[in-house]
Design a protein around this ligand. Structure first.
Ligand code: TRP
Length: 467
């Protein structure tokens, strides 16, 4: 019999499954292509150090807040916020956090599925030997031709969405947990295999130096903001994903140590991904490119030059796909749980409707790479850039800021004591200082930093228009 304090959607069967589920959400495209690249470009080891400080001072307190609020509310972020505000006699306006999260998750998934679809396609073409002894031209034209073919892009986007919706529709225990139990251990094994391969590729020392040399001369104030933004996205914070997952955490699990474990796992995967990618890139005398180019042009090209490259290249794209799917399922949970609760609807049906809408929105991203590539929503942003910008740079930081403020300053102390075991005293004071002051100020800086240039360009456009 379910306890009254359990979630109606089901519960993680242990603390360890929650760790894997949250790590599954956290580990995604952000770790495998973004982290290695921005680390290399922003001071290597110096960036890694700064990033770790951001994870500790901003990421961990916000994740603790989300999980704590979720476990207290035991429902979707929107209903959790209603319950928490009612119980604490606070304004229901805080529920905005939940609504914004639902929308942000929907927006992020719409393009995440498109990019993850590319990884699915690359499993196939890498396995069939396309890149064996390929020239750089062939590698980049393969990618570019793929991008100009909307029907193919839609095909792989659809495949990824169907897989995601099928998993989430089966529910927390049968769907999410089963996928996580299989994919996460496999992901770790594949990563270790790739690491072994890269250590023996002949470029390891150079790859290591690229990632870890302490290039403090490359550190600017901007480096801090990039590191903070990365810490935020990679830990899946700011949109209620961790709140939704927190609702299924058994009461006996300690939140602090669990959250630290998740953050460490996520960081370990990001660092290992860099150490798997850069050595093989350098072993072939290739340039550590950037963005999609690194993952879909340079990496396949590099594998293609090495012995058994087709096999290990395929392993790489299977790894990326697993990482993406365990993130994608977490992006749907806040909206899915809300609709099931609100309309007492069948989870499977809700999942399909949500999936179809998200898929349709994703078509805009598909077209941004071909038919609509010259169509800008505002100031040089394509449809894809715009959706990415609004969700990642506006909604996530705003959500994180409000979550930290709510958890520290609006929730009654009794909740923190029950969920985190914080008694009045030094630990509680430092939690307030870190979670209630340092983390919000940090997030606010990222927010202002990323929104200001756009506001300025909008302002300049308006001034120019008015002559
Ligand atoms: N953390 C994932 C990545 O690194 C992406 C992701 C999944 C995410 N769920 C999220 C980001 C929720 C922000 C919020 O790719």
């Amino acid at each position: 019999m379910a306890l009254a304090s359990d979630s109606r959607h089901g519960m993680w069967s242990s603390r360890w499954l929650f760790v894997l589920a949250a790590a599954g959400s956290a580990v995604g495209l952000g770790n495998i292509w973004k982290f290695p690249y921005i680390t290399g470009e922003n001071g290597g080891g110096a960036f890694v150090l700064i990033y770790l400080v951001c994870v500790a001072l901003v990421g961990i307190p916000i994740m603790m807040s989300e999980v704590m609020m979720g476990r207290q509310g035991r429902s979707s972020p929107i209903h959790t916020m209603r319950k928490l505000t009612d119980d604490a006699n606070r304004s229901r306006r805080w529920t905005f956090i939940g609504w914004m999260g639902v929308i942000a998750g929907f927006l992020i998934l719409s393009y995440y599925a498109v990019i993850a679809g590319w990884a699915l396609k690359y499993i196939w073409i890498t396995a069939s030997g396309t890149f064996e002894a390929a020239t750089p031209d062939l590698a980049s034209s393969t990618f570019n031709e793929f991008l100009t073919d909307p029907l193919q892009l839609i095909g792989f986007q659809t495949l990824f969405m169907v897989l995601t919706i099928w998993i989430v529709g089966r529910g927390v225990s049968k769907g999410l947990e089963t996928a996580i139990r299989w994919f996460m251990p496999l992901l770790f094994v594949l990563l270790i295999v790739l690491l072994g391969y890269s250590i023996n590729s002949g470029g390891f020392a150079q790859g290591w130096a690229f990632m870890f040399d302490l290039k403090f001369d490359q550190v600017t104030p901007e480096t801090w903001l990039i590191a903070m933004g990365q810490a935020f996205f990679t830990l899946s914070l700011g949109m209620g994903t961790m709140m939704a997952y927190g609702a299924y955490v058994p009461q006996s699990a300690g939140i602090g140590s669990t959250v630290v474990t998740i953050a460490l796992l996520d960081t370990a995967v990001a660092v290992s991904a860099g150490l798997a990618i850069f050595p093989i890139v350098f072993a072939n005398g290739l340039e550590p490119g950037q963005g999609p180019g690194l993952m879909f042009v340079t990496v396949p090209l590099a594998f293609g030059q090495l012995p058994l490259g087709a096999v290990f290249g395929t392993v790489f794209f299977v790894l990326v796909s697993f990482a993406a799917i365990t993130s994608a399922i977490s992006l749907t949970e806040p909206a899915l749980a809300y609709l099931v609760e609100e309309y007492n609807a069948k989870r499977q049906r809700v999942a399909i409707s949500l999936g179809v809408m998200c898929w349709a929105l994703g078509l805009g991203t598909v077209l941004s790479f071909n038919v609509w590539s010259d169509f800008y929503i505002v100031g040089g942003l394509t449809f894809f850039d715009f959706v990415d910008y609004v969700s990642q740079n506006v909604m996530l930081p705003l959500g994180g800021l409000l979550i930290a403020l709510f958890a520290v300053w609006a929730l009654p102390h009794a909740v923190r004591e029950k969920q985190l075991g914080l008694k009045p005293g030094a630990l509680n004071v430092s939690w307030k200082l870190v979670g209630g002051v340092i983390a919000p100020v940090g997030v606010l800086l990222v927010f202002i930093y990323s929104v200001l240039p756009v506001l300025r360009s909008l302002y300049e456009n308006v001034v120019a228009l008015m002559g």
